[in-house]
Ligand binder design. Sequence first.
Ligand code: ADP
Ligand code: MG
Ligand code: MG
Length: 200
Amino acid sequence: MQAEPVLLTGLIETCRATIAANSEHLCALDRAIGDGDHGTNMRRGCDAVSAEEASVATLPLADALEKIGLTLVMNIGGAAGPLYGTLLMEMGRELRALNQNQDFPAVLRQAIDAVARRGRSHAGDKTLLDVLYPVQDALAHRSSLTDIARQAEVAAERTSAMRAMRGRASYLGDRSIGHVDPGASSCALLTTAICRYLEE
Ligand code: ADP
Ligand code: MG
Ligand code: MG
């Protein structure tokens, strides 16, 4: 499957702009329960992907996703880099190995499970997984783009009540409760941006 160059560069640009516009907000969330760099980390990663979007968009879709994942690993850094990177790289790998019994939600599910293995984390640990799994679930149930975006936002808000079990926020124990997880928030912002873009 060839990447649709215009669609892919549009999605990359939408994600970059969304993270740039919300970078300070993501840093503020991370200052509350982490080290305050999630916005800058994500921004660095998205800028790097943006810088190579013209060449990436000419690749077959599986290769493009793998390349984007690698760039994210190398540029986001921190805990989130390998996790977002794994998500995209695994989506690329799964897409390449796609068989008749699989569809995109199945590909996404495999990729999210790979992120969970990479982070040794589970749903409910107050991480980006707490947005990824509900989004995948909504997609698998063929929800509309509007509903998927809404689910992502609700899921990110729900992390506020959770106690962090992984990453820096877990050092705070119960004091992590009452704050939205920065990774869950960036994930919801990206999901919403992608859904809005695809709706237009
Ligand atoms: P760092 O914590 O290294 O500064 P970031 O601030 O960029 O990295 O990213 C923090 C986010 O990464 C958290 O909000 C959480 O969503 C996610 N995260 C951290 N550790 C894990 C983990 N082990 N599994 C899943 N997600 C994690
Ligand atoms: Mg941080
Ligand atoms: Mg950091």
